[in-house]
Design a protein around this ligand. Sequence first.
Ligand code: FES
Length: 228
Amino acid sequence: MSVTEQPAPAPGREPGGDAAADRLRDRISADSLTTRRDYLRIVATVSGGLAIGGVGVAAGILHRHGDSETLPEAKKVADVMAPGESVAFRFPGDEDRALAVRLTDGSLVGYSAVCTHLACAVLWREDRGPDGELYCPCHEGVFDARTGEVTAGPPPRPLPRIFLTEQADGSVWAIATARSGEQAKDALCRQFGDSRRGAAQRLGGPPGGPATESRRTLETYSPQPAPP
Ligand code: FES
């Protein structure tokens, strides 16, 4: 065969088929390389955004429950709650995930359902001990169902509390929030102080104790006679 002669195509192939196939292979591998790069870029961007958001929540920089200084509008959680029952709801805002639980001894507890680690959703697990537990499946974070304190895993702080009240007809309402680790009395005085001075004073709201901005605000109120 002379040097100018082309090899005969393999049976079933067109003349020049190998070159065309090679070009096609090159294009496919270049495309897939681009696609892989794009994919990795997207994953890195999304994960970075989530990590930054989670760290922001964990550090208390971004919005979370209990940030409001004013009393939120009361919200009905359930018509009735039986022992061992939990209800997921939103409070104080429509974006704020929350959880109400009726413990087996009848106590009602409410918490933000946003994990204090990286803001995953916290779930209620009834079958863990006498009170059950609040569990974050992202990194095995566990919170005490009665107090909201961290009992296992990486969450750095307790779950922010949501105050619930039960009416005579059995309905359960969310009425106020606390910041993570904030004493109930301080949280209620802080929020009631803006709109229900009598209630805040009956709760033993400030003056007294460590000064905070909200306490100073309360101290400037003119005392109101408590309703009979
Ligand atoms: Fe809840 Fe990490 S986000 S344990």
